[in-house]
Design a protein around this ligand. Structure first.
Ligand code: NAI
Length: 280
């Protein structure tokens, strides 16, 4: 990896949603996009101003910050008007937003609080639709642009503690396909990156996250993909090199999604069973 970057995003402008602190995937994406020559605005929910440290990232990447709740149409319309004033039009959008309200409050899947469930879907999935809608409606999105959203394999397979977030990611990936068809007519592409478990604020908010992380680490032939490597992959999808890739869920997971079990896990399980037998 070249520290100086490859100039993949020279001359491109965009907006990156979801950098809370320096562990956030969006934070690493902003650093990588800056390295590759992009100019962009950063956005997060107004409440994140108090909880996070985005102003620091804004200074390091020389980016304006626009506070907006991604579930609020007025906030988003005014955000894209502002972005258009700043850049005249944008070439990329990164959606790195998620929150499971029932998951956070430890409510089991079979007893979901439906108001919270709706909030989870609104924040984690419908926000992608709203963002793309307002980017088109305000005329801020340029032809030939690229949209990337962050997902997780819990959209396809059950990871018991991921609970309602599996539904949220399934909806997110469906919106990627449904909007992809429409955006293709303007040569705008949209994809989801299905990322390994990553130690961030949202990740660590999931009960059992450490077990999911360690399991995936042992099953994936290359180990878990870091937030930094996810950011490098993201910038390729924002660049012209991937201009014909759209409507996909793209696994960025060190090989996890093609695996069943690995020697490392077989051996760990054999040891655990042996210990159980010895204790019996
Ligand atoms: P993070 O906690 O750093 O980022 C989540 C962001 O969503 C935060 O910046 C938060 O302020 C923002 N957000 C929440 N509600 C919002 C709202 N109403 N309006 C605008 N922004 C709002 O955590 P992380 O892990 O970087 O999450 C980014 C994305 O990556 C999420 O979509 C997450 O589901 C996804 N992902 C995370 C994985 C992990 O293990 N950490 C694995 C696979 C995908």
């Amino acid at each position: 990896m070249s520290d100086a970057g490859y100039g993949l995003l020279d001359g491109k402008t965009g907006i990156i949603f979801g950098a809370l602190n320096d562990e956030s995937i969006a934070w690493k994406v902003a650093e990588a996009a800056h390295r590759e020559g992009a100019q962009f605005a950063l956005s997060n929910a107004p409440v994140a101003r108090r909880l996070g440290s985005m102003d620091e990232l804004a200074e390091a990447t020389d980016s304006p910050v626009i506070w907006a709740d991604a579930t609020d149409d007025e906030d988003l319309a005014s955000l894209f008007n502002e972005v258009q004033d700043e850049y005249g039009g944008i070439d990329f959008i990164v959606h790195s937003i998620g929150m499971g309200v029932n998951v956070r409050k430890d409510v089991p899947y079979e007893d979901l609080n439906y108001n919270w469930y709706q909030k989870t879907l609104d924040i984690s999935s419908v926000s992608l639709h709203r963002i793309v809608h307002h980017a088109l409606d305000t005329g801020a999105m340029n032809d030939g642009g690229s949209v990337v959203a962050m997902s997780y394999i819990g959209a396809q397979r059950i990871f018991s503690k991921y609970s309602e977030m599996g539904d949220a990611k399934a909806l997110l990936e469906s919106i990627v396909r449904s909007f992809g068809y429409r955006l293709g007519q303007r040569d705008i592409r949209i994809n989801a990156i299905s990322q390994s478990p990553t130690k961030t604020t949202a990740g660590s908010g999931i009960e059992g996250f450490n077990a999911m992380y360690e399991f995936a680490e042992r099953v994936s032939p290359m180990g878990n993909a870091s937030a930094e490597s996810c950011a490098d992959y993201t910038v390729t999808l924002l660049s012209d090199l991937t201009r014909m890739v759209t409507m996909q869920t793209l696994y960025h997971d060190g090989g996890f999604s093609s695996m069943g079990i690995s020697d490392q896990l077989v051996e760990a399980m054999q040891d655990a069973f042996q210990n159980d037998d010895d204790d019996a």
